[in-house]
Design a protein around this ligand. Sequence first.
Ligand code: MSP
Length: 513
Amino acid sequence: MVYTLTTPLYYVNDRAHLGSAYTTLACDAIARHRRLIGDSVLFITGCDEHGQKIQRTAAAMGLTPKEHCDVVSEGYRDLWRRWRISNDRFIRTTDPRHRRIVEQFFLRVQASGDVVEGRQQGWYCVACEEFKDDPHESQDPECPIHRRPLEWRDELNLFFRLSRHQGAIEALIQREGFIQPAGRRREVENFVARGLRDFSISRIDLPWGIPVPGHAGHTFYVWFDALLGYLTALLEPDDEATLERVLERGWPASLHVIGKDILRFHAVYWPAMLLSAGLPLPERVFGHGFLTREGQKMGKSLGNVLDPEVLLERCGRDAVRWYLLRDIPFGEDGDFQQQRFSDLVNNDLANTIGNLLNRTSSMARRWFADAVPPAGVARSADHPLARAAALAATSAEAAMERLDFRSAAEATLQLAIDANGFLNQQAPWAAIKRSGSADQVAADLYAVLESARIVASLLAPLLPELSERMLAQLNRPGPLRWPQHLAWGLLEPGGPLPQSEPVMARLELGEPL
Ligand code: MSP
């Protein structure tokens, strides 16, 4: 079974910002977790490149849409590479193969009687690429997300008969676990309960889009085309672009991760489109919250946008991942606070986790010939740290399973806190001076080193690089597997311990980011 996981396909109207980085980092943690537990993962990300918003942005820059898309999507691709995102695919909706998938999909939808001509009147937000529910008689309505005026539209378009799928969608959104977190279901339920209305899937006079077969002058509405990017992305490089092939490559998706802003598209429109085309539905849709900065919405006009390039350069991957995944409950809104960011990174990673390993491996090297000390009584599953490690592993595994990164991080950190407490209580630096204490000191250091190994193993999905540096320090290079490598007592006594180096630098942020 393939575990297919997707980020949204990001618009190329602008460079990536912290919001897109947040979703992508969270998906990376999920992908890494699934690989650790042995799943075969297809992690998809990419760019959404058609539509009016992109056409206008390109025109404003004096570029053709294609030139503009090439530059921005390459920027995304490069940024994810530098963040070491482990995506398996990067789809661009301007890929010629995508056009063929969209055409085939449309023909299926048409064949099932779900395409009709109609007149679309309403208020449109170009930034959302979405008709809003504002009443026709509204005066100067604004988009609540973008705070920009909506534009009045009155067009003859092709419509998708969403209304025919009312019952099926009602049943789907009631399915346990389809919409997550559960708290977001209500909003979708209310929307569906008002009665699903057909929506237009084509535009006229919008050249920057995929032409609708058999309907000259129409291009596909950007969302109709973009959602299908999840299908095209599944194709292997040499695959023929057919829906049949897509189905062999990992459809349905196991999980779509998105922000709460686009939940309706993923939990209502998309499943209805798939039903109409006779394709299986995704297993779940997770709508996470939005990030603000020091209590304020991030926006260009406020000049407070957090740039993932700057974060990468000034703070590094481990620090940013830790803060976003450990501090913000996944699913809820979160606020980026610089002071808290550096405090958490320094306390948790540099002090509690980094120093634990550093000082313990230095003592072990000094007193036990640069090697892991004999385990003695620390081999026992009843050792207090063995029990703490078992508890941490069980909690972190369960937390990752439910995408609760915060609890996984806390459980991991708790093990490091317990190991520090044990070390301070046993005080091997004092005990070593007493004769006859070598066995006890050896066992104590073994227990702490073994705890540090398990901390490192638990960190792997969240902070893969810190995890690797710690495991290298313990001479335990990968590949790592859960749950096998979470078992107590795998560190080999007598195994060489390399020279210890700090595994995590402190974050010293003078200037605001
Ligand atoms: N192109 C569509 C998605 C099509 S999917 C087939 C789109 N693109 S987007 O570039 O606007 O990306 C939206 C996503 O970016 C959100 O759903 C969310 O995942 C992420 N975020 C954008 N701003 C954000 C915050 N301020 N905070 C957290 N995530 C946010 O919509």
